[in-house]
Design a protein around this ligand. Sequence first.
Ligand code: BV8
Ligand code: ZN
Length: 245
Amino acid sequence: MQEGEGFSSQLLRRFKSAHSVVVLTGAGVSAESGIPTFRGKDGLWKKFNPQELATMDAFKRDPRLVWEWYEYRRRLIQKAQPNPTHYAISDLEDKFGEFLLVTQNIDGLHQRAGSRRVVELHGNIWRDRCLRCGKLYDYREIESEEFPPKCGCGGTLRPDVVWFGEALPQEALSSALGAAQSCDLFLSVGTSALVQPAASLPLLALRNGAFVVEINPEPTTISELVNQSLRGKAGEVLPNLVGRL
Ligand code: BV8
Ligand code: ZN
C-alpha cells in the first residue's frame, strides 16, 4: 500500500531496478480527462448496454444507433485533453531499456500526451474501416454526408475498434502477450480487469515473475493477486511515483 506521502521502499526499489516495463491502461486513465468509464457510476454503459452497441450484430441491426454512439464519444473525446496520468506514462517511456504501453482505450489520448511505444488492443475511435475491402480511413478525412459512410469500393465503413466477440488485432495482442511474459515490472492502471483477453495480461506477468502493481481507486478482480495494489486516482498516484524515480 502507499505509505503516507511516500511509496513502499520495495516499490521504489523495483521501479529503480526494472529493465523491462509494461503499462496496461483502461478507461480509468481517461476518466480524469472527463471521458466516462464503462462501468463507473456515470459509466458509458449505464446509458447504453455494451452488448447493444459494441457488437457487429448491433451494427447490422441498427447502424445509425451504433454510429451515433461513436459520434457522441468522438465529440466527448475531441473536447478532452490528456491528463497528468497520460503525461506521467509518457515520461516513464524513456526511463527504462524496454517499455511498452498496452492500452484498452480507443481515445488516442496516450499518443496526444507523447507516448510513442503504444499498442492499442481495442483499436482506435479515430479510424474507420471498410467492411468490404478493409481499407482504413482517418475519421477526419470523411466528408461524405451519406449514412452510414461508404468506402471508395462501395463497402460500408465501421469504426476501427474491436467489438465484443471480435478477435483483437493479432499483431497488437502478440506484442502485448510477449511483453507481459518478459517484463520485470507490470503496471495495471485504471482498468477493472474484466474484459478478456486484456485482463489476463497482469496475471501472465505475475506468472512470469514480474512485480505487478495496480493503481485504481477501487478494488478489482486482480487486487488480491498483484504484488502492490495502490488505492487511489491515477492522476494523483502516478505523477507522484514517476516524480520519485
Ligand atoms: C474476444 C472497444 C474472442 C469498443 C472494447 C460472454 C459473452 C460475450 C463475450 C464474452 C463473454 N465472456 C467473455 C467474453 C469475451 C469478451 C469479454 O471479455 N467480455 C467481458 C465483458 C466478460 N471479450 C471479447 O469479446 C473480446 N474478444 O474475446 O474475442 C474471439 C477470439 C478469436 C476469434 C474471434 C473471437 C473483445 C473485447 C474488446 C471489446 N471492446 N472496447 C468500444 O470501446 O466501443 S472493451 C471496453 O471495455 C474498453 O476497451 C475498455 O477499456 C474495456 C475494459 O474496461 P475498462 O477499461 O477496465 O473500463 P471499466 O469502466 O470497466 O473500468 C474502469 C476502471 O477505472 C475501474 O476499475 C475504475 O475503478 C477505475 N478508475 C476510475 N477512475 C479512475 C480509475 N482508475 C484510476 N484513476 C482514476 N481516476
Ligand atoms: Zn472498401
